[in-house]
Design a protein around this ligand. Structure first.
Ligand SMILES: Nc1ncnc2c1ncn2[C@@H]1O[C@H](COP(=O)(O)OP(=O)(O)OP(=O)(O)O)[C@@H](O)[C@H]1O
Ligand SMILES: [Mg+2]
Length: 271
C-alpha cells in the first residue's frame, strides 16, 4: 500500500511584500512537511511571518516563489474559485481578528460556511446550534456580535470555523487576550479535534499552550528556527497552578538552524 502524501509540503516558499526599497520578504525560503493528524503550534516574534504563512496555507494568499503541495497536489497556481472550493471543503480558519459579520446573529454567522453545501436551512441552523453548544454558547444564539464579550466572540468565530468539519484547522492566536475559562474551552475543543485525526496548525504567543501540541515550531525572519516533536501526554489545564517557567517534562529539540532541506523530511513520533 502506498503511503498517503503529507497533508502540507512547502519547499523554498517565499512571500515578498512591497517593491524596490520597500521590498520585504515576509517568508524567506520556508521548508515544512506536515503529516495528517499533527497538532502544530507556531511561535515567534511579531513580524516573523506567522500570519503570512497561515494565509498562504489557508489559500487566502499566494506565495511569490516556491512550492506548496496540499495532499500532494501543487496548489499555488490554482485559480481563486478552485481555492475557495478547497477552503470550503477542507480548511477551517480562525483569524487573528474575529471577522464576525456584524449584521448577522450569532447562529447565522456560524451557519454561514454551510451555505453552499446543499443543506436545508433547518439542517444548517441545527448544525450551527450544536456547534455553539460545544462552546457553551447555546444561550447566545440569537445575540448580535456586538452584544458578546471578547471571549464569547472568539468562541463564535471558532464555532464558525469548525461547523463544516474541516480536516485542516488553521488558527491564528485563537486564545489571544482571552480569559482562562474561554481559553480552556477553545483548547479542549482543538485538542478533541486533534484526537479525532484532524490536522491543527495554531499560532500562539503563549508557551503554555504548546503542551497541547505534538510538534512546536518557532519562526524567525520568515524561516523556521526550531522544530520540536513533543511527547504524547495528556495536556494540563490552561491555568495550572505551577509557575510559567516550571517544566514538567523535557522537550526533544532538533538542532537549531539546520539546512532547510533536512527539516523537510517527515519524522516519526516517539512512542
Ligand atoms: N499586506 C502586507 N503588505 C506589506 N507588508 C506586509 C503585509 N502583510 C504582512 N506584511 C509584513 O510581513 C511581515 C510578517 O507579517 P505577519 O503578519 O506574517 O507577522 P506575524 O508573525 O503574524 O506577527 P504578529 O505576531 O504580530 O501577528 C511583517 O513585517 C509585516 O509588516
Ligand atoms: Mg500575526
Amino acid at each position: 500500500m502506498t503511503k498517503a502524501p503529507p497533508v502540507i509540503e512547502l519547499h523554498d516558499l517565499k512571500k515578498r511584500f512591497g517593491v524596490g526599497d520597500a521590498e520585504h520578504l515576509a517568508l524567506n525560503g520556508m521548508e515544512l512537511v506536515i503529516e495528517k493528524g499533527e497538532f502544530i503550534t507556531i511561535m515567534g516574534p511579531s513580524g516573523c511571518g506567522k500570519t503570512t504563512l497561515l494565509n498562504i496555507l489557508g489559500l487566502l494568499d499566494q506565495s511569490t516563489d516556491g512550492q506548496y503541495k496540499l495532499d500532494g497536489i501543487e496548489v499555488s497556481s490554482f485559480g481563486s474559485r478552485r481555492k475557495a472550493h478547497i477552503r470550503s471543503q477542507q480548511i477551517g480558519f480562525v483569524f487573528q481578528s474575529f471577522n464576525l459579520i456584524a449584521r448577522l446573529s450569532v447562529i447565522d454567522n456560524v451557519a454561514l460556511p454551510l451555505t453552499y453545501k446543499g443543506l436545508t436551512k433547518t439542517k444548517r441552523l441545527k448544525m450551527a446550534s450544536d456547534m455553539l453548544t460545544n462552546f457553551h454558547l447555546e444561550e447566545r444564539e440569537y445575540y448580535m456580535p456586538y452584544q458578546l464579550s471578547g471571549g464569547q466572540t472568539q468562541r463564535v468565530a471558532i464555532a464558525r470555523a469548525l461547523v463544516n468539519s474541516p480536516s485542516i484547522i488553521l488558527a491564528d492566536e485563537p486564545t489571544g487576550n482571552l480569559d482562562s475559562h474561554s481559553s480552556h474551552i477553545i483548547m479542549e475543543e482543538l485538542s478533541d479535534l486533534h484526537k479525532r485525526g484532524n490536522t491543527i496548525i495554531m499560532v500562539t504567543h503563549n508557551p503554555r499552550l504548546t503542551s497541547y501540541a505534538s510538534r512546536v515550531i518557532t519562526m524567525l525572519d520568515g524561516k523556521i528556527d526550531t522544530d520540536t516533536l513533543m511527547p504524547l501526554i495528556e495536556p494540563p489545564a490552561v491555568t495550572p497552578k505551577r509557575p510559567l517557567g516550571a517544566k514538567t517534562r523535557k522537550k526533544k529539540t532538533t538542532t537549531k538552524k539546520k539546512p532547510a532541506a533536512k527539516k523537510a523530511t517527515p519524522r516519526k513520533k516517539k512512542a
